[in-house]
Ligand binder design. Sequence first.
Ligand code: SAH
Ligand code: DHB
Ligand code: MG
Length: 221
Amino acid sequence: MSQERWSAVDEYFARVLVPSDPALDATLKTSAESGLRAINVAPNQGKFLHLLAKIKGARRILEIGTLGGYSTIWLARALPADGTLVSMEVNPGHAEIARKNIETAGLSSVVTVMVGPAVRSLERLIEDKVEPFDLVFIDADKESNPDYLKLSVKLSRPGTVIVGDNVVRSGRVADEKDNDTDVLGVRSFLELLAADSRLTSTAVQTVGSKGWDGFSISVLS
Ligand code: SAH
Ligand code: DHB
Ligand code: MG
């Protein structure tokens, strides 16, 4: 199996199941023109996240790692009229591009982008005693995943769904000799998921236009 064939199937799925959309297309275009790395979720993965939010009936979504706002828009579009999405981004340039893309998608009144290190932003939401989130998407720097999980749980309630992106990294997660900080972060994250008796968790591998990777998914009891 090759990257070429994985991409061909993703393109086929996108053609059949994920109609092109002006705001999402514009987001990818402006992100590329601004020099952002194309590490956004793929279209069919974005729609998968959208479906999870719909299935959950999420009214409040937390995203850690905004980039150009591509996954943000997919998730925010699953919200009801009175829904809210908070997305956290450390890079002010990324946040600015994302805000423009979110504006183009007509979602500025639904989405708040918090600029700064996500750990600080999460601590602020905890201090502010905000209402718990229904769905959390963790997709920023992988070495901080354990911190993001611990803080996200504090912003959750029974039934909250927590999704982690990039838990496979081309198989590196299971290579004992690979001790890069991002791989160690993902492993510690998975071990923390397993150790928390309030969380029921699994992980699935994916192949496609973004290579070989995967998601973790957990629900808090
Ligand atoms: N969720 C996006 C992709 C996010 S890429 C999508 O699928 O469309 C990861 C993002 O996390 C980058 O924009 C990066 O700048 C941001 N990031 C990295 N370290 C961070 C930190 N400490 N706090 C908040 N964001 C961070
Ligand atoms: C990287 C980060 C991501 O969030 C992703 O989906 C793919 C790659 C990275 O940092 O390499
Ligand atoms: Mg990712």
